[in-house]
Structure formats: C-alpha cells, structure tokens
Design a protein around this ligand. Structure first.
Ligand SMILES: Cc1ncc(COP(=O)(O)O)c(C=O)c1O
Length: 407
C-alpha cells in the first residue's frame, strides 16, 4: 500500500529505506526483527518545516514522552528550543543532552516529593498541577535551599474541539482550575519560588486547524486575564500543542500554515500588548516524531483459513499497540503498512496481517491489499515514531523487547 507516510522515506531499488539504508539491510544490521527505526533526516526536516511555518517569536518544545529514545532526544536537542518531560527518567534523558536545565519543563499530575526534589536540584521548570503540589515545591525548595523555578499549569474553562485526547476543560486531574489561579498566584508571590508563567495543554491529536487556532486564541485571552491579576510578571507562556498527524487513510494532514498565521497574529498582537515579557512556547510530541519512524516486522507464517489469507508477523501489539487500534481509537482503522522490499509493486491480494500474540486483538492490518508477501518478507508499519514502544504493553506474553535504531 503506498501512502503519504511511505512517500516520505527514501527508496532503494523498490525497497523502503530508513536514513538511506534499505530496511532489509537494516534488519541484518540490527540482527533481529522486529525493531523500530527512526529517520534522522525526517526528524530534521520536520523541525525545519515547523520553523519555516510558525512565527520566529514562538519557541518549540519537544514532549519527550512521545519518543524518549535517548538518541532521538539527543538529536532533537540540537534542533528544538526546549524539552517537556513527564517523569524523573525522562528528565534524566533530557539532562543528558546539551539542552540547558532551564530549558526543560516538567509537567504531569502526581509528581512525588522525590521527583520534585530532583527537578528542583536540576533547576528545571516545574509546571505545577495543583495547589498541594505548589506547597510541596515551596517546602522542598526551602529544605534544599534552592529557589524552585515554577510555572502554573492552568486547567482552562474551555475544551478544544476535535482533540483525540482531552486534557483541559471541565474537571481535570491536569492543572489548576483557572478560576483558582489568582489566589494561588498571591500565595506564590509570598513563597520563595521563582514564578515564570503559565502552561495550558488542553488536548492532543487534533487535525482541525480551526479548533487549534481557536484554542490558542482563547488560551492567550485567558493568560492575559490571569496576568492582569498576577502580582508577579509573566515571563513564560506555554500554549500547549495538540497538533495531530494522519494515522489512517480517513485522516487529512493538519493545515500547519493556518496555525502559523494565527500564531503570528497572536504574538504580534495581543501577546505583545498584554504579555510583553513572555517567552512563548508550543509543545509538540507526535507532530515532530510520529511520522519519522517505522516498526519493522518479518512474516513468520502465511496461512489460509476458510478463504482468508493471513500474514502472521513476528511483532505485534506488545510493541506497537496503537497500530492494533487499542490505543485511543474509537473505531479500529488500519495504520499504513507495506511490504518493505516491494514498495512500488502492484497490490495483488487482500490479506489480514496479524501479530504473534495469542489474542484476536493483535490485528495489524485488516483486509489490506498488498503485493504478494511470503514467509521471510518484511512488513513495515508506518506512523510508528511516537507512542510506539513506550506506549505498548511490552511484558504482555513475555516476548523479547525490540531494538530501536536512529538512522
Ligand atoms: C502536557 C503534555 N505535553 C505534551 C504532550 C504531547 O502531545 P502530542 O504528542 O500529541 O503532541 C502531552 C500529551 O498527552 C501532554 O500531556
């Protein structure tokens, strides 16, 4: 199956290539299938596209949770302005790169005292998710005799339409409800913390530019209103992100140009007026890495059952849960996949591609038309650069963990 995601990768004599290396050769180099392969050139080009389309006043933060492979994070350290981390281990991965600690922000509910201590000692910005967390941060700062760098994650009074996942609006475990933020800001003004500003992250996997633009406008309005009530200057405004990528043939890629134009209006209009000191940040995970990676599997069985042809591969949902439709999809649709060594060949048969787990949930391609594939052939699954390995139940059925390579 040829598709937009396959088109981005190099080709070599009819074979798909990652980082210029044909996938069959890469499989020999890795030494085993299945594995994940991420394309360095595509990562670089993706960030360049964002830089070219978003206004230069907007800084780019990479959400490490989307793909925390250390080599990927190292590569992105030279390309983006900051990192967003969601755990102590992600923080360590980020701090191992040349990214300065003050350009690392730590968001997420349920941060433990141990994690907060590490974050304060490291000098990263803690995006506080509750009043209780704010109290603990201040107390730990006193104990450590370090002034914590903090921002307040705000739960807005609106939701973002069209997000695959909602993280803002209504009651939430994320952030402080915006109507309670002014009271918290008064407390912070008397606490020994370095207050930087606000973080609003209200949804992810959104393909509707109009919804994202509206959310950005409303977020800026909200931040300006809060800044007016703040005894402390606002020097940081993290507008979140939520830029989606097309996973199935029903999805239309995001209109990035419209978002860039909207952000330019915001930074050169209301933000310049109302938040003149604020460093403005967009925080993206999957949009940066999602389309730059593939999951490579090998056919171990080809069987016909009552007229249906099955290709059974050596990978499955334990490594790439999302492709099985069990990670946030309401209706299961196929992620793009291809026979790696016959990328340009005509499709000749309709097959069902399944993983090696003993569960009917392990379905990777339902009734897909492909060139002929036999035992030993490689099947690549696209859109595997984000929320792949680390968002999958790797221990389920106790198969070995796959390798990951950045090429
Ligand atoms: C706070 C925060 N930042 C960034 C992200 C990354 O989202 P995405 O990978 O969809 O860009 C998430 C995802 O849930 C998030 O919760």
């Amino acid at each position: 199956m040829t598709n937009h995601s396959a088109a981005a990768f190099d080709r070599d004599a009819g074979r798909i290539a990652v980082g210029g290396v044909p996938v069959d050769r890469l499989a020999d180099r890795v030494g085993a299938t299945p594995f994940f392969a991420y394309d360095r050139r595509l990562l670089t080009e993706r960030v360049a596209l964002l830089r070219a389309t978003l206004p230069r006043e907007v800084q780019l933060s990479y959400a490490v949770k989307a793909n925390p492979m250390p080599a990927v994070v190292q590569h992105l350290a030279g390309l983006v302005d900051s990192f967003d981390v969601a755990s102590a281990l992600e923080m360590r991965t980020a701090l191992d790169t040349p990214m300065p600690p003050h350009r690392v922000s730590f968001a997420g509910p349920g941060k433990t005292d141990a994690e907060l201590r590490q974050a304060i000692a490291a000098g990263v910005t803690i995006e506080m998710e509750s009043e209780n967390e704010a109290d603990r941060v201040a107390a730990l700062g006193r104990q450590l005799r370090i002034r914590p760098r903090v921002a307040v994650r705000v739960n807005p009074d609106f939701a973002v339409k069209g997000s695959g996942m909602r993280l803002g609006g209504g009651p939430q475990q994320f952030g402080v409800d915006c109507e309670r933020v002014p009271a918290l800001l008064k407390e912070l003004a008397n606490a020994d913390v370095e207050f930087l500003g606000f973080h609003v992250f209200a949804g992810s996997q959104n393909l509707r530019a109009d919804s994202l633009c509206e959310a950005q406008r409303r977020t800026v309005d909200l931040a300006i209103r809060l800044a007016e009530e703040s005894p402390l200057p606002v020097r940081y405004l993290n507008l979140g992100g939520g830029f989606g990528i097309p996973y199935t043939d029903r999805d239309t890629p995001l209109d990035l140009a419209t978002i860039g134009a909207n952000l330019a209006d915001l930074v050169r209009g209301p933000i310049r007026q109302g938040l003149p000191e604020a460093r403005v940040v967009i925080e993206l995970g999957r949009y940066i890495v999602g389309e730059c990676g593939v999951y490579v599997t090998r056919v171990v069985d080809r069987k016909i059952s009552r007229g249906r042809t099955y290709l059974v591969v050596d990978g499955g949902l334990h490594h790439q849960l999302a492709a099985s439709g069990n990670f946030g999809q309401a209706i299961r649709r196929n992620y793009p996949l291809a026979v790696a060594e016959r990328i340009d060949a005509e499709p000749v048969e309709t097959v069902t591609v399944v993983g090696c787990l003993c569960t009917p949930l392990d379905l990777l391609g339902d009734a897909v038309t492909l060139p002929r594939a036999d035992v030993g052939d490689l099947i690549v699954l696209f859109q595997a650069g984000a929320y792949g390995l680390t968002a999958s139940p790797t221990a389920f059925l106790s198969h070995p963990a796959p390798a990951e390579v950045l090429v």
